[in-house]
Design a protein. Structure first.
Ligand code: ASP
Length: 331
């Protein structure tokens, strides 16, 4: 019997049309008309949830998607979400935290060209995402250009190439070719009841460091309601600590109870606060590490944890642990 899949449409280029030279959201329902062969892969139900450029995604959109999945989790074998590529990583990461103990596939996909375009990547992405949602893959993934990734490990790497995503610090979960190869040992193993958590707190900011950055610009942030600051340093998490030193800023922030987490501007590898004197001074001033999490995941995880705990110390303690396979090398 064909597997039952819920296709949740949220917009993005896949669903757009060109109008006076610009791409804008079109009618979501046109999508399925372009791929009639879908019915051979799965017994599909479509929900037209919203239809926006994903640059306009807000937290309430994440909540709407998560609640839709939670509401129907027993009715379907898997879920596919069509979403714009620009913020797909953020939504995938948020869903991975919100859908605790998820035991069904949630496969996000989109495309670089609209589905109505002759040379589109949308058909391949959509059809394969639906096929993968019929498989035993109990986590939130992104499928794009013949590869399946853990959602909270991805980065949008290209605004033009069909290979738009990569997963710099975790292997690809499955590849699609003449055969579909799923790397089972890399997949999450849910245990216990599924629950949905939908509280986020956006009192967080990211500051990228650069040679010449004036620390006084940052200290202004301490007079706001910010609860956590992610400082995106260099390499392993090093920051200016001699001239224009950011160490006094970190000390002031952590003394006020504000969380300072050190991230890296390098996509691959990760942060170590124990390798160089500069990053180690940040640690001694109370900063914590984003380890090998992407900057997008660090941000969404911070918002999620701030939404779960009022006590910033609990947020900081949980931030450095893996919640949904977003950190470290184990599934
Ligand atoms: N701006 C579009 C979006 O994110 C880009 C895309 O879908 O590829 O909605």
């Amino acid at each position: 019997m064909a597997k039952k899949i819920l296709l949740i449409l949220t917009g993005g280029t896949l669903a757009m049309v060109e109008d006076v030279g610009l791409l804008r959201p079109a009618d979501n329902r046109d999508i399925v008309r372009h791929v009639p062969e879908i019915s051979k892969i799965a017994d599909l139900t479509v929900i037209d949830l919203f239809n926006i450029d994903s640059a306009d995604i807000q937290i309430h959109h994440w909540v709407k998607v998560a609640e839709t999945i939670y509401q129907h989790v027993h009715d379907y074998d898997g879920f596919v979400i069509v979403h714009g590529t620009d913020t797909m990583t953020y939504t995938a990461t948020a869903l991975s935290f919100m859908l605790n103990n998820l035991h069904k596939p949630v496969i996000m996909t989109g495309s670089q060209k609209p589905i109505s375009d002759i040379l589109t990547d949308a058909r391949n992405n959509l059809l394969n995402a639906i096929f993968l949602a019929t498989q035993d893959i109990p986590e939130v993934c992104i499928y794009f250009d013949y590869k399946l990734y853990r959602g909270n490990r991805t980065k949008k790497m290209s605004s033009t190439q069909f290979a738009a995503f990569s997963s710099p610090n975790y292997p690809v979960l499955a590849t699609v070719g003449t055969q579909i190869q799923v790397q089972r040992k890399l997949l999450r193993k849910p245990s216990g009841m599924m629950r949905v958590y939908s509280n986020f707190d956006t009192r967080v900011n990211i500051q990228r460091t650069f040679p010449g950055l004036k620390p006084s610009y940052l200290t202004k942030m301490l007079d706001t309601d910010v609860r956590a600051i992610i400082l995106q340093g260099f390499g392993m998490g090093n920051l200016p600590s001699v001239e224009n030193s950011l160490i006094p800023f970190i000390e002031q922030a952590t003394q006020k109870g504000i969380i300072v987490a050190i991230a890296s501007q390098s996509s691959r590898g990760g942060v170590s606060l124990d390798q160089y004197e500069s990053a180690n001074k940040a640690k001694a001033s109370g900063a914590i590490s984003t380890h090998d999490m992407t900057i997008e995941t660090s941000l969404v995880k911070m918002m999620y944890l701030l939404g779960q705990f009022n006590d910033n110390r609990l947020v900081a303690d949980n931030f450095e642990l893996s919640i949904a396979g977003e950190l470290g090398s184990t599934a």
